[in-house]
Design a binder for this molecule. Sequence first.
Ligand SMILES: NC(=O)c1ccc[n+]([C@@H]2O[C@H](COP(=O)([O-])OP(=O)(O)OC[C@H]3O[C@@H](n4cnc5c(N)ncnc54)[C@H](O)[C@@H]3O)[C@@H](O)[C@H]2O)c1
Length: 456
Amino acid sequence: MSGTYEYRGLRKEILPAEGKLGILLPGLGAVSSTLMAGVFLVRKGLGRPVGSLTQMSRIRLGKRNEARYPLIREFVPLADLEDLVFGSWDIMDWNAYEAALRAGVIEKERLEPVRGELEGIKALPAVFDPAFVRNLDGPNKKEYANLMEAAELVMRDIERFREETGVSRCVMCWCGSTEVYQEAPGNTIFEDLDSLERALKESSPEIPPSMVYAYAAIRSGIPFANGAPNLACDVPALTTLAIESGVPIAGKDFKTGQTLMKTIIAPGIKARLLGLEGWFSSNILGNRDGEVLDDPGSFRSKEVTKSSVLDSILRPDLYPELYGDYFHKVRIEYYPPRGDAKEGWDNIDIRGWLDAPMQIKVNFLCRDSILAAPVVLDIVLFLDLAKRAGLKGIQEWLSFYFKSPMHRADLPPVNDLFQQDEKLRNTLRILKGEMVIDHSGLDYYEQDHEEEDSSS
Ligand SMILES: NC(=O)c1ccc[n+]([C@@H]2O[C@H](COP(=O)([O-])OP(=O)(O)OC[C@H]3O[C@@H](n4cnc5c(N)ncnc54)[C@H](O)[C@@H]3O)[C@@H](O)[C@H]2O)c1
């Protein structure tokens, strides 16, 4: 399945999803191993890909009375699950089966039918710097004279993976630990490619490992997504390189548990113009991600992406009397007994008619990696589609999947889950030459007039 589409007068082609697709994941932890095990189980008919738009969602096309609702995967040319091949890097010298057992997300008995496939995915030695992830260390690390050499080693790994597996295309998604918080704006080494490449050769202590992988992927012509809140590709040097190299990129920080809920509830509060006094969010989680986030530097990265969503939904700039002064606090506590079964509490203080106070309480008992796995699957399949459709640079239509969506510097991000959903669906419609759906309801009147016209 391929095709052409027209956008703003330009005719473009979507290349077919021929051959195998390599999914390259730096970080072979809970999320990566849950994704891999899930894909293998689904392929064997031993599980359902619940939560994945690419696998289960339908898309409305045309006017409502046309009743056209194909599956997204039948509407646009996506790679088939049968054609996915996985590769990964980690500081732990283990394979995907060992990683899945350690993560404890999927029960041991349930992993048994796909044990062989998981054992076949061995973590390649990682580019690692303990200054960026302070609560972890491991033996499986590359040796290099400087960070440019490290990037070249990753590019060589990619080449070898391509040769050994025979994949026709690849996508990379950072599923490694959250690195310590860094400010990008104003840092001249991130401003342009020359400065970044010089800094790589000089092994600047400001370059995190995630950025080395991102550079290697984009240089290799491979779409890159960032599932964590750290910088990775979110710097001008790499967003420009991505556009110049025709590579789509997206990020950052998978939108899964509490922030997913926040971007579902906040648009409702805003739509009804209820005031907001305060939003207190607290979490406990006990997986390795939680252990890394116990370090204040890594937590700060998470705190920034988690805290930024409300303003862009509530628009205090437009509604200062309702949203100009709310108190927002986010806490994450590492609590080992819970493992991957995170629990989040939200207390939301709102105001109604005549400023009467009301409260909303949310208690979300979720499974972190169970929510993240379909998100990673969709991101990589859509980024591969984007590449074949000639899209490049930041893919804002994938904001749906991120807590802190990368976006054009001169425009605010979209965080409202429902707007993000429409953005994604309308992009798919445009790629297939279908009309954009505005949900105005005006087609109702159009239909009336059509009937009048034909009867007169
Ligand atoms: N719902 C979710 O699970 C969720 C949601 C949003 C974001 N994330 C982010 O996704 C990432 C993965 O989450 P997880 O639960 O799988 O964490 P995890 O701790 O289980 O796995 C991360 C893995 O990355 C490895 N790693 C660290 N630095 C590396 C490097 N430089 N190169 C290669 N490997 C490296 C670690 O050894 C670990 O095995 C984290 O950054 C997390 O914050 C997860």
